[in-house]
Ligand binder design. Structure first.
Ligand SMILES: [Zn+2]
Ligand SMILES: [Zn+2]
Length: 120
């Protein structure tokens, strides 16, 4: 593993939230000033392809990255764009039962209004 990739992985491991590629680049640059944006993008793409990290597509925003932990789905606040993880362990089983065939995976982002945005 290259030093750059190690650093990017460390950043994603330490983050307590989903990071955009720009945020990863910003954090990486603090610790490795010589790192290039393209290097960050290439590493994120390569690690995503290898299944080491997940990419979350955000409607109308930049894709986010996170370290792949357990399978989970996402809740996105329509007010402030906050993204959180949610576990729906039975949904995959339900989908394959409804379809009558095994599924390989699915992408789900549930849109809602978080507590702070509901107050407004
Ligand atoms: Zn919100
Ligand atoms: Zn997530």
């Amino acid at each position: 593993m290259t030093k750059q990739r190690e650093l990017i992985l460390q950043i994603l491991n330490q983050a307590d939230r989903h990071l955009t590629a720009d945020e990863v680049f910003f954090l990486a640059k603090l610790r490795m000033p010589s790192i290039a944006m393209a290097t960050v993008y290439n590493n994120l793409n390569a690690m995503h392809a290898a299944g080491v990290i997940s990419r979350v597509h955000v409607d109308g925003g930049a894709d986010c990255f996170e370290k792949t932990a357990e399978a989970h789905d996402h809740l996105m606040c329509e007010g402030c764009g906050k993204l959180s993880n949610v576990r729906l362990p039975r949904l995959g089983t339900q989908l394959s039962e409804t379809l009558g065939m095994p599924i390989v995976g699915y992408d789900l982002t549930i849109r809602y209004l978080c507590a702070e945005c509901r107050k407004k």
